[in-house]
Design a protein around this ligand. Structure first.
Ligand code: CP
Length: 315
């Protein structure tokens, strides 16, 4: 594997999930694979889980790890081709990415969308420029439109905790105070549509996701109906795709509560974190046995390790 940017870069998702679970049982089985190999983890935006879990995964594989918080520590990047750089930007992405490729065997990059220009964000121009100019394999640490390491960890979690062959998985929109990207729900939908699950998306009118990511899902604006008999509930906020990046008024009653769990099949509640307590998800859920959010975050290590192992094997 030379690129991990979406589910489409994975030959067989079931095998990758199984690999993650095997690594969870035996984290140091491939400690020699990454010897004298270096991964650079480049963050243009904040992170807790992605940064630490990917770093731990790489260390488990015996790799050297360099972390660069580009947003705080790097030179201000110029992203436009042909720019006359007489303003605030100091270094062009062409040189920055190419230089990183000189130091690293694999690069991970996190780059959030601006949520102002939909075409710009959905073209994944920053992520794609890193891929183009760094010259080494690249793993997405969350791009403008996808978060594949999160989705793989989510699928590993579902595989691990499911009590039936084909569980019902519901992605439900949740309220938030800020406009958030569509990367996590897009990516989760894309992975679930390829997994052996009954997949339902519930959101208020106006929060339709780009259909490129939801092909095969059942989509409804009736949250109560969607939650019936659910085995897993994936809670996530996202801003509107049209009008792009907007928070629409109302819908506070979409926050999940214990009462809403009653018609489910004793559903396990997932969230990628960070989560705003009592806005997106109630204390009573997060502090209950129904919540598997910490378990899910723990699985980020095995998702990253499965992907990095495949990348190292293809170097
Ligand atoms: N879920 C997730 O990606 O967390 P971080 O933003 O903290 O990395």
């Amino acid at each position: 594997m030379k690129l991990f940017s979406s589910v489409n870069d994975v030959t067989n998702i079931n095998e990758l999930v199984a690999e993650g679970l095997k690594l969870k049982q035996n984290p140091y089985a491939f400690q020699d694979l990454g010897k004298n190999k270096t991964i650079g983890l480049v963050f243009l935006n904040p992170s807790l889980r992605t940064r630490l879990s990917t770093q731990k995964a790489a260390l488990n594989l015996g790799m050297n790890v360099i972390v660069l918080n580009m947003d705080k520590e790097g030179w201000a990047l110029e992203l436009q081709d042909g720019a006359i750089m007489n303003g605030g930007s100091v270094e062009h992405i062409k040189e920055a990415a190419a230089v990183m490729g000189e130091y690293c065997d694999i690069i991970g990059i996190r780059s959030f969308p601006g949520l102002k220009d939909r075409d710009e964000d959905y073209s994944e121009s920053i992520f794609n420029k890193f891929v183009k100019y760094c010259g080494v394999p690249v793993v997405s640490l969350e791009s403008a439109t996808r978060h594949p390491l999160q989705s793989l960890a989510d699928l590993i979690t579902i595989e691990e905790l499911k009590t039936k062959t084909r569980p019902k998985v519901v992605l439900t929109w949740a309220p938030h105070v800020k406009a958030l990207p569509q990367a996590v729900p897009n990516s989760f939908a894309e992975w679930m549509c390829k997994a052996d699950v009954d997949f339902v998306i519930a959101h208020p009118k106006g929060y339709e996701l780009n259909t490129d990511f939801t092909n095969g899902a059942t989509i409804t604006d009736n949250q109560d109906e969607a939650l019936k008999d659910a085995d897993f509930i994936y809670v996530k906020n996202w801003s509107a795709y049209e009008p792009y990046g907007q928070v629409l008024p109302g819908n506070e009653d979409w926050m999940l509560t214990l009462d809403k769990l009653k018609p489910t099949n004793d559903a396990k509640v997932m969230h990628c974190l960070p989560v705003r307590r009592n806005v997106e998800l109630s204390d009573e859920i997060l502090d209950s046995d129904s919540s598997v959010v910490i378990h899910e975050a723990g699985n980020r290590v095995w998702a990253a390790q499965a992907v990095l192992k495949e990348m190292l094997q293809s170097l």
